[in-house]
Structures are given as C-alpha cells and as structure tokens.
Ligand binder design. Structure first.
Ligand code: OOB
Length: 561
C-alpha cells in the first residue's frame, strides 16, 4: 500500500479490507484510486455542456452539477459538517438528492441513504447507529410532511445538530431547534472545497441500508474505490455509454437505481440521468418517450403493471428508445419475463443484487431462455460464489444451496456490528447472502428461495424480527411470528401470527394500527394478522415458520367447489 493510500480516514466500526486483498484488487485493476467527487469533476471537465440530469423542471449540465456540488460542499462545511461526519439523507427522486450527495462526497462526509417510506423508528435508528450530525429532508409529499417527522427525530436524537430542508424550511412548533434551508447552506457561486477535505479512494464513501433479517436494519459501509468499480463494470455489462439515457424509476437512494448501473453508473459513463418522480406507467412511460430513455430498472410488481398497461393499450407512449429493461430486487417469474420483449420491444436484463455487494446480471446477448429463466452471473471475473448446505459444505453441482460470496466489492462487515458480523460472515470472509440458489454449470445463478428470516414484498425487504418486536410491545400480545404469504402481484406479503396473553383481547386492525403508530415504514405493517392459540413447533421446540407459511398459504387458497 502506498503512503497516499494509507492516509485515508479510518472510520471506527468499519471492518477494513485486509491489506493483501486490497493490494490484489488494485493489482488486478478493479480499484483504480478514484473518488466520487473526482469522477464527477473529470466528467465536467470532459463534457461541461452535456446534459447530466433531468428532474422535473431541473435540467443540469455536467458543468452545472459539478459547480453545485462544490457550493454545497463548502456550505455543509461552513455549518459544521466535517470530513468523516455522517448525514442521513432522505429524499425522493429530486435533483437536490444528486447535488447534496456529491456535495457531501467532496468533503468526505458520508451520506446515510434512508428511503422515502422510512419513518421515526427507522430514521432515529439510522441517526443513532451512525451518530449523524445532520438529517436532510425534502418538501411535503401529499399528506406526509417530513418536517413533522424531522422535529420528532430531533427530540429523540440530541446529537443531531442540523435538519436541512430541500424545500420550505419553516420549522414546526414542536421542533427543538430551527431547521435550515438548503438554499441558506449553499455557498456563493465559485466556491470550492479545501483540497485537504477531499477523501481518499480507500475511504468509506457512504452507508447503505441492509434489507435486514434482525431487529434493526444494519448499515453497510461502501468505499469509493470498490463502489466505483461496480459502476464502471455495470455500465459495461448494461451497454450504457455517453449516448445512453438512464432513468431512475425506483427511489434514487436504493442500491439498484443508484449503482446497477443506476444514477452513479450513468454519470461514470458520462450519460444522462432522468429521475422519475413516480413509477406509475403514465408518468414513467411518458418520461421514457419524452426524454428518449434507453435503460431503466424496476422491481417485478412494477414490471407487471407496465406490461399490463401497454398490453391493454391504456398506455400508448412511444417506447422505441428503450433498449434495456432491468428487473431485479425480487424474483421475476419466467412467465412474466417472457412477455417483456414482445410487449415492450426491448431486451430484459435480470438483476440479482444486494446492497452488501455482489450483483449478477443476465447478458444483453444471452439467448432468450437464459434471460427469462436465470438471474444471470456475477459481474466481476473474481467474484466467488458458492452454494452450501447447513454445515457450510458445498452442495453437489446444480443442487440448491445457501449462497456465499466474496470478491472485489462485497463488504467485509456491517458498520458497528461485531456480533452480527460473526454470524453474517464465515471465518474465511464469505458473506452469507441468505439466498437459496442453484448455480448452473455455466456459472449462471437461479434464485430458488431464502433461508434468512426476511419477507421480500415486491423488492421491499422486511426483517421478520423487527416487526415481531413491535408486535411484542403491545400489552395484549404474548408471542408473534411474522412470515411471508404468497401474493400474485407482490410475490410475497406479510402475515403476522399472534398469540394473545391469557385473558387479553385485541383484534387484527388494532394490532396493525399499533405497529403503524410506532413510527414504522408503511410497507412493514403486517398485511394480515392471524390470531392463534399456539404456534407449531419444530423437533427442537422452535417456532416452525415453515408450518406457519404453509398454514397461511393454505388459508389463502380459493375454497374447493
Ligand atoms: C437489491 O438489494 P437489497 O439489498 O435491497 O436486497 C438484496 C436481496 C437479495 O439478497 C435477494 O434476497 C433479493 O434481495 N433479490 C432478489 C433479486 N434481486 C435481489 N431475489 C430474487 N431475484 C432477484 N433478481 O435488491 C438489489 C441491489 C442491487 C441490484 C439489484 C437489487
């Protein structure tokens, strides 16, 4: 390691890359010593007048975006955000998201990527886990006012020095301290951050969220160097170059639209990014036509909605610019996958990825059968994947096993989570994905299920234990077990089985309301609650979630006639 590479900031609670491995990824050309701030500067120098970002009324060139990032970098620094500080960012698909995260990158401050549906419980947890100094929110969205949420968060997290609002920053009466507007943070035109604030390529760039299978979602540290590799390689695999137009249809902060190749991969490739304010077919397909979008990524339920809208003729937008439709985040059925090319006239690309690292893609030139029936192959030549049994022994070729992975961009550990890391990683540094897969002889992966205690609700991940803990807080609840139930549209929805305390009474709607009022993202509120006298048990006396899943699946079957 050169002294320069050594000079990065070591964030406490991050499991560092072993030096020998880091050296290997550099020697093999995966890690090239880039940073996000530097990458954007390079593109702005090469193509200052090229359109970089389209979002609502905002249309920014690379030159403009670069200058805006500088002004916010200086502005954040001047309100006291220092290199290495963490800032929770919760914004929808608005242009401010992009200038803010690049502004933070330029001073080595770390965005923590919250998602728009997150509420008090999640945001407080992210602020506390990361010891965030600031929380960035956006404008009112329908009935939801982020300022009300931010005021509550401020009261719960004394260390949170700033709430920054990209929009109307009037402070609600119950806030602890006044909010500041993004406009007031922005430094005057021409401001540039100090060179010594710039991060090193080996530094952690941001904290991403895990889907989670435990009580609270864990934070995932990703470094500039390894994440920039994923952008470069993803753009290559997805055929995105300077001529392409990428549309972020899913919430921008999620790893899929952020980096596969996503917003960041599009900037890396010097292409244009369009932020869709809503994924509904009218808005999103309209934008594809209006902006000449060539590639976008969505989750399976959304793909079904788009396919139905186009097939039924309720959406008649010209989709001829669209070359690639990526579908990932949850299993896409082969049946639906087969409809993509004939209905939408573009190539389907299945994407099986995770915020922890590994991303698999089907190839644009793969034969149609491979595209519709597999989740592709890992993007890096040096990604290692292994399907193992319960004893971590490799299963026979082509058999279903639990997927382990390691490679040039899969993390070494979650942030500040030693105990969890001991379970989530093997002693040899393999990450346990919790996915059940078949690895074909040609290296393609087929996802067959899951052995982590999680529900995948159309791409939105729900840790069963997290919801169970909230149910257990209800005075009438003796025990709770949350499982997936099949759903034709979302793939899975959540069912909470609940045993009440003796003599206590509570009905399903009350329990759902109770969970909601604890300040949880709406998608985590159980779709269904079943009150039962006792849970089925396994031989060793554990709650048998397998039996519970079978039970609810049976109840959902249409009655025999
Ligand atoms: C993406 O990232 P996360 O972190 O929200 O979720 C990861 C998990 C995977 O472990 C797997 O359980 C599931 O989501 N998953 C899929 C899938 N893609 C993700 N399961 C079946 N088929 C697929 N195609 O979801 C994510 C991150 C980057 C790119 C794409 C997706």
């Amino acid at each position: 390691m050169s002294p320069e590479q050594d000079a990065g900031r070591v964030l406490d609670g991050v499991v560092p890359w072993p030096p020998a491995l880091a050296e290997r990824w550099r020697a093999l050309g995966y890690w090239r010593g880039e940073t996000f701030g530097g990458m954007l500067r390079d593109r702005a120098i090469d193509h200052p007048d090229r359109l970089a970002l389209v979002a609502g009324e905002d249309r920014w060139t690379y030159g403009e975006l670069d200058a805006r990032a500088d002004r916010l970098a200086v502005g954040f620094r001047s309100i006291g955000v220092a290199p290495g500080d963490r800032v929770v960012v919760q914004l929808g698909n608005v242009a401010a998201f992009v200038e803010i995260v690049f502004g933070l990158f330029r001073i080595g401050a770390l965005p923590v990527f919250a998602l728009p549906p997150h509420r008090r419980t999640e945001i407080v947890s992210f602020c506390e886990q990361a010891e965030a100094v600031a929380y960035v929110i956006g404008a009112r969205d329908g009935a939801f006012d982020p300022r009300t949420l931010a005021a509550e968060v401020q009261r719960d997290v004394p260390g949170l020095a700033h709430v920054v609002v990209a929009g109307d920053a009037s402070t609600p009466p119950h806030a602890l301290r006044p909010f500041v507007s993004l406009e007031s943070v922005r430094a005057p035109a021409g401001a540039t951050p100090a060179a010594e604030d710039a991060p090193q390529p080996s530094d952690v760039a941001f904290l991403q969220l895990s889907g989670g299978s435990t009580g609270v979602p864990k934070l995932i540290p990703r470094t500039h160097d390894e994440y920039l590799y994923t952008l470069r390689r993803s753009a290559e695999v997805c055929g995105l170059d300077g001529e392409g137009v990428y549309m972020a249809t899913l919430p921008a902060a999620h790893n899929f639209p952020l980096s596969s190749p996503g917003i960041m991969g599009a900037f890396h490739a010097g292409s244009r990014v369009v932020l869709a304010p809503s994924p509904d077919p009218d808005t999103a397909l309209g934008l594809i036509a209006a902006e000449g979008v060539t590639i976008t990524g969505i989750v399976p339920p959304l793909a079904l909605v788009w396919l139905d809208a186009v097939e039924a003729g309720t959406s008649t937008h010209d989709l001829s610019s669209l070359r690639v439709l990526q579908v990932g985040g949850a299993k896409f059925s082969a049946e639906a996958a087969r409809r993509v090319r004939p209905v939408l006239g573009c190539t389907l690309q299945q994407v099986f990825g995770m915020a922890e690292g590994l991303v698999c893609y089907t190839g644009l030139d793969d034969d149609e059968e491979t595209i519709v029936t597999t989740q592709g192959r890992p993007m890096a030549e040096h990604d290692e994947i292994l399907a193992v049994d319960d004893d971590d022994e490799p299963v026979a070729d082509g058999d279903v096993g639990s997927l382990l992975t390691r490679g040039p961009y899969t993390i070494q550990g979650y942030y500040r989570a030693d105990e969890h890391n001991a379970r989530a990683f093997t002693p040899d540094g393999w990450y346990r994905t919790g996915d059940l897969v078949r690895i074909r002889r040609d290296g393609r992966v087929v996802v067959e299920g899951r052995d982590k205690d999680q529900i995948n609700r159309g791409g939105e991940k729900i840790a069963a234990e997290e919801v169970e803990n909230h149910l257990l807080a209800h005075p009438a609840v003796h025990d709770a077990a949350v499982v997936a139930m099949p759903d034709p549209y979302l793939g899975e929805r959540t069912c909470a089985f609940v045993v009440l305390r003796e003599g206590a009474s509570a009905r399903a709607p009350e329990l759902r309301r109770f969970v909601r009022e604890r300040g949880l993202a709406e998608f985590k509120v159980p779709d269904r609650v079943e009150l039962v006298d006792a849970f089925p048990r396994t031989n060793v006396g554990k709650v048998s979630k397998k039996d519970l899943r079978a039970d609810i699946a049976r109840r959902l079957e249409p009655a025999d006639t």
